[in-house]
Design a protein around this ligand. Structure first.
Ligand SMILES: *Cc1c(COP(=O)(O)O)cnc(C)c1O
Length: 366
C-alpha cells in the first residue's frame, strides 16, 4: 500500500537532530516560553521576512487570536463582515464566527481554488471590513494587498498550508497582510510532532497583543489586563520546528519535483490536474489535488490498487452541521462541485519515483 503520507519516514530523515533537540529541552528543565521558542520565533519571522512571529498552540488559535486582537484594537468590530473563500478548511470560518464576525463566503477561482481579485471586487459591500485569504493546498493566492489598502480593508492570511510559498519577487506567504496564521500540525509542510502554530506580522503592537492574549492576557506574570486564553507553542515543539525549518526549502523543492512528475505524466482526459506555473515557487504542494467527475469511483479504484488518497474536503463549511443555519440558505455551485470532485494524491518530500510511477500508471488506466 502506498500511504497518503508517511510522517514517521519524513521525521526519520532528521531523527538524530530531533532527538538531540528534545534532549536539550528535557535537560533544560524549562518547558514553556523559553529559549527554544524565542529562537524559533526569530527564525520563522526571518524566514517569512516579517518583523515578528508569535508562537501559539495551533493554527486555529493563530487565526482566532489575530481577529480577537484586531477587535481589541478597534480595527474590527463584532458584527463586521469578513470575506473568505467558501471552499476553505472550516478553521478559517470558525476563526471568524468564534469572534462574532460575519463570514461572507465567496466562490473561489475554479483554476486556483483560491480567492481572486474579481471575486473580491464583485462581493465587497459597504459592510466589508476585512478579507481572510487562504493559500489553499499550498498555492499562493493572488496578491490582493494593494486592493485592500486602497479600499480600507484589513487583509489577513490563512497560511496554514503554504509555508515557504513565494511570488516571483521572492515574497513569502505570511507577509502580505496585517497578519498571517500558520499551522505546524504534523502533516503540514512544516510540521511539529504535535500541535503548534504561529502568527507572523510586521505590526509590533499586534504581535505584543497576540502574545499577551495567548498567555491568559497577562502582560506580566499574574497581572492580567485583558481576558486571554492559554495558547502557547511549547519548547519541545519549538525545538523540533527549528530543526525542520532548516530543511523546509529543500522539502518544498522536492514536493515541486514530485508535482512536476505528476503534471508531466498523468494523461487521462477524465482527470483535471492542478493549474500551476513551474517557473515560480508560488506553489509548495502541501497537497496535489486532482479533479474527477467520478471521484468516489476513482478513490475506490486507487484503494483497490494499493494507493491511499484523501479528500480535501468532502463537505464545504456552509453544508456542515456546525453551521446548520446556512445549510439551506447558502448555495455555492462552484464550491459544491469542487467538493464533489477533488481528490488528493500521495505527495511528500520523500515520495519515490517508483511510487509515483505506479500511481501514474494506475491513474492513466482509469
Ligand atoms: C490546518 C489548517 C488550519 C488549522 O490548523 P490547526 O493547527 O489544525 O489548528 C487552518 N486553516 C487551514 C487552511 C488549514 O489547512
Amino acid at each position: 500500500m502506498i500511504k497518503f503520507l508517511d510522517l514517521k519516514a519524513i521525521n526519520d530523515q532528521y531523527r538524530s537532530e530531533i532527538n538531540e533537540a528534545i534532549k536539550t529541552v528535557l535537560d533544560s528543565g524549562w518547558y514553556i516560553k523559553g529559549f527554544a521558542l524565542e529562537k524559533f520565533e526569530a527564525e520563522f519571522a526571518s524566514y517569512c521576512d516579517t518583523e515578528h512571529c508569535v508562537g501559539v498552540a495551533n493554527g486555529l488559535d493563530a487565526l482566532i487570536l489575530i481577529f480577537r486582537a484586531l477587535i481589541i484594537q478597534d480595527k474590527l468590530k463584532v458584527g463586521d463582515e469578513v470575506i473568505v473563500p467558501a471552499n476553505t478548511y472550516i478553521a478559517s470560518v470558525m476563526a471568524l464566527t468564534q469572534n462574532g464576525l460575519i463570514p461572507v463566503l465567496i466562490e473561489p477561482n475554479e483554476n486556483s481554488f483560491n480567492l481572486d481579485l474579481e471575486g473580491l471586487k464583485k462581493n465587497r459591500t459597504r459592510k466589508t471590513r476585512a478579507v481572510l485569504t487562504v493559500h489553499l493546498y499550498g498555492q499562493l493566492a493572488v496578491d490582493v494587498s494593494s486592493y485592500c489598502k486602497e479600499n480600507d480593508l484589513l487583509l489577513v492570511e490563512d497560511a496554514a498550508q503554504a509555508h515557504g510559498a513565494q511570488n516571483e519577487n521572492g515574497q513569502r506567504a505570511g507577509s502580505y497582510g496585517i497578519a498571517a496564521g500558520f499551522s505546524f500540525y504534523p502533516g503540514k509542510n512544516l510540521g511539529a510532532i504535535g500541535d503548534a502554530g504561529a502568527v507572523t506580522t510586521n505590526d509590533e503592537e499586534l504581535a505584543q497583543l497576540i502574545s499577551q492574549l495567548g498567555n491568559y492576557g497577562s502582560e506580566k506574570k499574574y497581572h492580567n489586563s485583558i481576558l486571554g486564553l492559554n495558547s502557547r507553542l511549547d519548547e519541545l515543539q519549538a525545538a523540533v520546528l527549528s530543526v525542520k525549518l532548516k530543511n523546509l526549502d529543500h522539502e518544498n523543492a522536492q514536493r515541486r519535483i514530485a508535482a512536476k512528475y505528476y503534471s508531466d505524466n498523468i494523461k487521462n482526459p477524465k482527470l483535471r490536474l492542478p493549474d500551476w506555473d513551474q517557473n515560480v515557487k508560488n506553489h509548495v504542494f502541501h497537497l496535489f489535488v486532482i479533479r474527477c467527475r467520478e471521484r468516489d469511483l476513482l478513490k475506490n479504484y486507487l484503494e483497490d490498487n494499493g494507493i491511499q488518497t484523501v479528500i480535501h474536503y468532502p463537505i464545504p463549511p456552509h453544508k456542515q452541521n456546525a453551521y446548520n443555519e446556512w445549510n439551506d440558505l447558502l448555495s455555492y455551485p462552484i464550491t459544491e462541485k469542487i467538493h464533489k470532485e477533488v481528490l488528493s494524491l500521495p505527495i511528500s518530500p520523500i515520495i519515490t519515483k517508483e511510487e509515483q510511477e505506479k500511481i501514474v500508471n494506475v491513474l492513466n488506466e482509469f
